[in-house]
Design a protein around this ligand. Structure first.
Ligand code: CUA
Length: 333
């Protein structure tokens, strides 16, 4: 049995309980504007042809006013605008007020990654949520303005430094295996506020699970380093925590990556400028250098690089994750 996931002319399929109403109001405004645009231009063209100046015609005095016409063109648009305001405002209030039992996920935006933190302490760079239940997002930004935008859910909210904002959603259908409509692929999550050089790459995916699968995922995400070799866990941490967004492990030193490549670097020296110093010094990439670079990225900055690396405190990257990442970096040739 296929459930309908209608998609409007302009948007991806409607995947949240808000989406239908948002699209309905959008379409109403859009077609109303199109109707008036055509009607006004048509009348204008007609008047130009009908009343333009011609040889032999004497111009007539303009009518001073026409009450019926004036009332009509005031009252009808007022009703239409009132209707748009009423639906827009009431829907906006709904979208601002999550139910009290909503599941809460803390979203941290930073240049240029997304970090999602779940109630059991699990974190991820891709968003995972359960289907059919209200999920509230508490948003924050560590550096500049970002905007949390999931087109399939029709939700968008700014992430503001030094302040919490929030939004919420109920996802209508799961993604992936077993999804009941054509949208088997995870949904896109974009940053919708220009936030610097790699703004356009600040994108990730949204996975919607049924409750049982979500619980399994959540448990594994909280303990993902357990029971696997440190190198492998380090590789997962490297990708999960956004390191891979700025550091290549293939030697790619192009501008696509804001940070230096990290393969083949273990144990080699590099020239850095230490905080408070003006002359370069040489340090070897060892365990403590990596740890310091993660916890205090600006303590030593590689010569020729900008101090753009975000700080990873223990909330964001646990000690055991750093240890695993170190094992991974050692293995990269
Ligand atoms: Cu973050 Cu644009």
């Amino acid at each position: 049995m296929l459930a309908e996931a209608s998609s409007s002319l302009f948007f991806p399929p409607e995947q949240s309980t808000f989406a239908g109403e948002v699209d309905g109001l959008f379409d109403f405004i859009y077609y109303l504007s199109a109707f008036f645009f055509v009607a006004i231009v048509a009348v204008m063209v007609y008047f130009v042809l009908r009343y333009h100046r011609r040889q032999g015609h004497v111009e007539q005095a303009s009518a001073s006013h026409n009450e019926v016409l004036e009332i009509t063109w005031s009252v009808i648009p007022s009703i239409l605008v009132g209707f748009i305001f009423f639906f827009g405002f009431t829907k906006y209030l709904d979208m601002r007020e999550p139910p009290e039992d909503a599941y809460e996920i803390v979203v941290t935006a930073s240049q240029w990654t997304w970090d999602f933190k779940y109630p059991n302490g699990a974190t991820s760079n891709e968003l995972h949520i359960p289907v059919g239940q209200p999920v509230r997002f508490v948003l924050q930004a560590t550096d500049v303005l970002h905007s949390f935008y999931i087109p399939a859910f029709r939700i968008k909210m700014d992430c503001v430094p030094q302040r919490y904002t929030s939004t919420w959603v109920i996802a209508k259908d799961i993604t992936g295996e077993g999804a009941t409509n054509e949208t088997h692929t995870p949904y896109d999550l974009f940053c919708a506020e220009y936030c610097g050089k790699d703004h356009s790459r600040m994108i990730t995916k949204v996975y919607v699970h049924n409750q049982a699968d979500f619980d399994v995922w959540l448990e594994a995400a909280a303990n993902y380093l357990e029971g696997i070799p440190p190198e492998q866990g380090g590789e997962m941490a490297f990708k999960k925590k956004g390191c891979a967004g700025c550091h290549s492990v293939t030697g790619d030193a192009s501008a696509k990556f804001a940070g230096p490549p990290l393969n083949g670097q273990w144990g080699t020296p590099r020239n850095v400028i230490a905080r408070g110093s003006s002359s370069p010094e040489s340090v070897v990439m060892d365990e403590n250098y990596v740890r310091e670079s993660v916890r205090e990225p600006n303590a030593k900055v590689v010569v020729g690089r900008n101090p753009v690396m975000p700080m990873f405190d223990p909330q964001r990257l646990k000690d055991e994750e750093i240890t695993a990442i170190i094992a991974y970096l050692k293995s990269l040739k």
